[in-house]
Structures are given as structure tokens and as C-alpha cells.
Write a protein that binds this ligand. Structure first.
Ligand SMILES: [Zn+2]
Length: 222
């Protein structure tokens, strides 16, 4: 579970159990604030769409569709009301102040303007501050949680950067997202294959042009 480079715990093991338990109960308390999704209401909406487009909602193939779509939305939108910085649940100490970059983290989100998917990859890098690093999978979890809500790519990019700044307080964060938006591919202008690229930089990547150029060249290296 713990990668070999992350052997030293940032805090002594004795408090880490207490910290984990209190983090868990805090996150449960937060979860209880999240509104339960009203699956029946979503299903009613789907029935109305089907009727609106002139379908027969009692046709055999469509009978289970409203409840199936409702369950799908609850999965695709489970991140509503959840703070992505809370996904960074472990912090390790390591003697490094060098760039940590995870490239090509696949994600699928939903465009809030059309409720159709946008699908792509995220590249997330940071420079640790005083040796504070987190598990690499936590970066992917932050991406995942920000994607699971009605989104726009620009906001998702800044939410990922801000989550890392908030929880890890690194010297700098750089986030680049590349995605294909189905609202551009299958409708409207109909340009399949076009990619939208967004970036957000914080800390040293914002203030130092050489650092920014270095991280961006590593991100772009295919
Ligand atoms: Zn759209």
C-alpha cells in the first residue's frame, strides 16, 4: 500500500491512529451534511424527457431506463458537497523539495451546460514544502472527486490546484487538464476529437517563469 519512498511518517505513529479516527469521524459528520439524492425525482425527470422527445415510456426497452439513469446520475455526481482537499488523507515526510508529477490521470466528468460528458486526462504536479508529500493515489482521488459533479473544465482545474494548496501547503502546484467535450463533438458545432486544455498554477509556478516552463515541458512530453 505504502510506496517504498514514503516510509517515514510525517507524525509519530501513535498520534496517526488518533488522527485517522478523528479525520474519519469528521468526514462522516461532513458526509451527513451532504443531501441524499432523490432518485425518484431524477427518474421522473428522465420519464419527462422521454415523453418530451415523443417516446413511449411504457415500451419494454424503456421501462427500467428512468431508474437506471437515476442510479447512474447518483454515481456520476457523488462529489456534490464533498471537499476534494479531504481526499488527501495522508501526509508523509521525505527529504525532498523536488517536483512530484503524476501525468495522464484519466477522468470523466459532466458538462454542467449540457449534462453530457467531457472525458480526458489530468496532469497534477507539486513541489513539496518542508518535505511534506502525500500518496500519489491521493492526487488521482482529488481529480476523481472534482470530476463527479456537474462541472466546467476551467473550474475543475482550479478546484484540483486549490485542494492541494489547502491540504498540503506545497511550494507550488501545477495542474493541466486536456479533455474532449461531447457537447462539442456530438451536437452544436460537431467537432469530434478537439481537445480543450486548461491549466492552473499556484505558488512558485505562478511567480517563477523558469519553474513554470520546466513543469509544463514535463507535462507536455508525450
Ligand atoms: Zn457543454
Amino acid at each position: 500500500m505504502t510506496p517504498p519512498t514514503q516510509t517515514s511518517l510525517f507524525r509519530p505513529a501513535s498520534d496517526s491512529a488518533t488522527r485517522d479516527a478523528s479525520a474519519l469521524s469528521a468526514s462522516r459528520a461532513k458526509d451527513s451534511l451532504i443531501k441524499e439524492m432523490d432518485l425518484e425525482k431524477i427518474a421522473q425527470g428522465v420519464r419527462l424527457i422521454l415523453e418530451g422527445i415523443g417516446e413511449d415510456v411504457n415500451r419494454e426497452g424503456l421501462l427500467e431506463t428512468p431508474s437506471r439513469v437515476a442510479r447512474m446520475y447518483s454515481e456520476l455526481c457523488y462529489g456534490i458537497g464533498r471537499n476534494p482537499s479531504q481526499e488527501i488523507t495522508c501526509i508523509f515526510s521525505e527529504q525532498t523539495d523536488e517536483l512530484v508529477l503524476v501525468r495522464d490521470i484519466a477522468f470523466a466528468s459532466i458538462c454542467e451546460h449540457h449534462l453530457v460528458p467531457f472525458i480526458g486526462v489530468a496532469h497534477v504536479g507539486y513541489i513539496p514544502n518542508e518535505g511534506r508529500i502525500t500518496g500519489l493515489s491521493k492526487l488521482a482521488r482529488v481529480v476523481e472527486l472534482t470530476s463527479k459533479r456537474p462541472q466546467v473544465q476551467e473550474r475543475m482545474t482550479t478546484q484540483i490546484a486549490d485542494a492541494l494548496m489547502q491540504q498540503l501547503d506545497p511550494c507550488g502546484v501545477a495542474v493541466v487538464l486536456e479533455a474532449e467535450h461531447l457537447c462539442m463533438s456530438i451536437r452544436g458545432i460537431k467537432k469530434p476529437g478537439s481537445k480543450t486544455v486548461t491549466s492552473a498554477v499556484r505558488g512558485v509556478f505562478q511567480s517563477n517563469q523558469a519553474s513554470r516552463a520546466e513543469v509544463m515541458s514535463l507535462i507536455r512530453r508525450a
